[in-house]
Design a protein around this ligand. Structure first.
Ligand code: HXC
Length: 259
């Protein structure tokens, strides 16, 4: 399917979604949320795609939800709209493949919240993160109040949510909001390098590992450990487990089939 607000490509097992509304700094309109859901669903279902990268290109990731879309909304418009941003982001969070955010420039509001549903965040050294919703009289409503504290801790998350201030890439790295900072011109190379590394691992083990972490975070520790053990046990039913361990014993690289 063709998209108006995104560019979607697949190369070497890596699916890339690029937000494409440069005239408004990739602001996330309702059309973007719809197309994101569609594109993410298609790449999730495409067996040739092993890893996804979500980016906004080399200038800006996304300056948040589209303020023009929301400015005249009434409470019931929002309440009855069916939570399009939360739904699109939950869909991305639950894709059973690794998803990498490659962030250059601003990742604000809904843009920052989009990075939070990715598994790993790589930042260009010019990246800036923030949740400025409070300066608009609202709060981060696409998961920010829930996922940011879980990722970076309650204190720093509240500071960002209450102040609306931006942090730069180095600070984002120091608080654990991003995994790595690279020179801007290296951003996509680094994201692809990591994507290829993930793609070289067994697809079923990756799927189970992501599920164990994501589902486990919603449970208490005892239930999470039970769930981890179920995932762990199931992997012994895969050819990849036999191949991975046999390859180790034969001192060679494994050839994973994803089954
Ligand atoms: C709509 C936006 C936009 C946005 C920028 N633009 N951000 N349009 N929604 N979120 C538009 C501007 O209106 C302008 O259009 C063009 O993009 C360039 O932006 P400038 O402001 O001229 O650029 P600059 O001076 O470089 O400032 C960059 C900026 C600023 C600091 C990022 O644009 C900004 O503060 N943007 C809003 C950030 C924000 O508040 N995000 C949170 C949104 S609420 P024109 O036509 O004038 O050229 C949110 C809620 C999520 O995300 C929850 C949803 C359920």
């Amino acid at each position: 399917m063709g998209f108006e607000t995104l560019v979607v490509s697949v190369e070497d097992g890596i699916g890339t979604i690029t937000l494409n509304r440069p005239e408004v700094l990739n602001a996330l309109s309702s059309q973007v949320f719809g197309e994101l859901s569609q594109a993410a669903g298609e790449l999730a279902d495409d067996d040739s795609v092993r890893v996804l990268i979500i980016t906004g290109g080399d200038k800006v990731f996304a300056a948040g939800a589209d303020i023009r879309d929301m400015a005249k909304a009434e409470a019931m418009d929002i309440a009855l709209a069916g939570r399009p941003s939360q739904k699109a982001f939950q869909l991305i969070e639950n894709i059973p493949k690794p998803v990498i955010a490659a962030v250059a420039g601003y990742a604000l509001g809904g843009g920052c919240e989009l990075t939070l549903v990715c598994d790993v965040r790589i930042a260009a050294d010019n990246a800036k993160f923030g949740l400025p919703e409070i300066t608009l009289g609202i709060l981060p409503g696409a998961g920010g109040t829930q996922r940011l504290p879980r990722l970076i801790g309650v204190g720093k998350a509240k500071e960002m949510i209450f102040s609306g201030d931006f942090i730069d890439a180095e600070e984002a790295l120091s608080v654990g909001l991003v995994n790595k900072v690279v020179p801007a011109e290296e951003l996509m190379n680094e994201a692809k390098r990591l994507a290829k590394r993930f793609a070289s691992r067994g697809a079923v083990a990756l799927r189970m590992a992501k599920s164990a972490v994501n589902e486990g975070l919603r449970m208490d520790l005892a239930a999470g450990l039970q769930y981890e053990h179920k995932c762990f046990s199931l992997l012994f039913a895969t050819q990849d487990q036999k191949e991975g361990m046999q390859a180790f014993l034969e001192k060679r690289k494994p050839k994973f089939q994803g089954k």
